[in-house]
Design a protein around this ligand. Structure first.
Ligand code: F6R
Length: 246
């Protein structure tokens, strides 16, 4: 596991985008696994900037998102479909039919999970999978206790995740309490993983990850089974490791 520590969120975002941009520019076809949430927003802005200022084209890029809330229509402003459209897809030249997210309003959620896993295998696996990390160590929405052998599945979101997600909704009642998420095994299929973490609230999770102890109560520890993981983080997310090594 490599760790790249940047001064701040802006340089962390630039560095993550540069890794993705280099892959796109050096390959005929790129498959990206993508995350939502606050952390990758700066990286998406940097990718958009690369498209506008350096002419980076996403016409041969395919995307597979990690997760989607259950019960939100794709048009709902807080759905991950809307997030991706707003923060990336509408601002670059990616053909929309090359962008994939699970459907959280499918009639049969178990059929949707199988279908999405097949899509990952058919379109992917991702050349680069971008991950954020939950304060409790979740990746995708694989909450503590999730099986490392899990493929795409329905998950009940942990109380701490509901609390963290509440900032995007008017009331707590509106926060979806379930999601469809790629499983840990689905994530580990990717060829390369970039895990982004920013801010002091992620410092505990980053420190725990760097302890290299496999623990199903800390889902990100499954990444130690993957041969090519790079943590792209900022100083604040690194702060607990730093203070210990002083
Ligand atoms: C989002 C996802 C989640 C987030 C994590 C961190 O698609 O899968 O694992 O990456 O909850 O979220 P932020 O970046 O908002 O702190």
């Amino acid at each position: 596991m490599n760790i790249l520590v940047n001064d701040d969120y802006a340089s962390m975002s630039q560095q993550a985008a540069a890794i993705i941009e280099a892959h796109i520019c050096n390959h005929e076809r790129t498959v990206l696994g993508l995350a939502t949430g606050s952390t990758p927003l700066g990286m998406y802005e940097a990718l958009i900037e690369g498209h506008h200022t350096r002419g980076v084209s996403f016409k041969q890029t395919f995307t597979l998102n990690l997760d989607e809330y259950i019960g939100l229509q794709p048009s709902h402003p807080q759905s991950y479909h809307s997030y991706m459209h707003t923060h990336l897809f509408s601002k670059i030249d990616i053909p929309l039919h090359q962008t994939y997210l699970p459907n959280g309003t499918a009639q049969s959620l178990s059929d949707e999970c199988s279908r999405y896993e097949q899509t990952i295998d058919k379109v992917g696996p991702p050349d680069i999978q971008v991950l954020g990390i939950g304060e409790n160590g979740h990746i995708g929405f694989n909450e503590p206790g999730s099986a490392f052998s899990g493929t795409t599945h329905v998950i009940d979101l942990a109380p701490s995740t509901l609390k963290a997600n509440a900032r995007f909704f008017d009331t707590m009642d509106e926060v979806p309490n379930q999601a469809i998420t790629m499983g840990i095994q689905s994530i580990l299929k990717s060829k390369r993983i970039l895990l982004l973490a920013s801010g002091e609230n992620k410092a505990w999770a980053v420190k725990k990850l760097m302890e290299k102890k496999i623990d199903d109560q800390f889902p990100a520890s499954a990444l130690h089974y993957h041969p090519d993981v790079t943590l792209v983080i900022d100083q604040k997310a690194y702060s607990q490791i730093q203070s210990e090594s002083r």
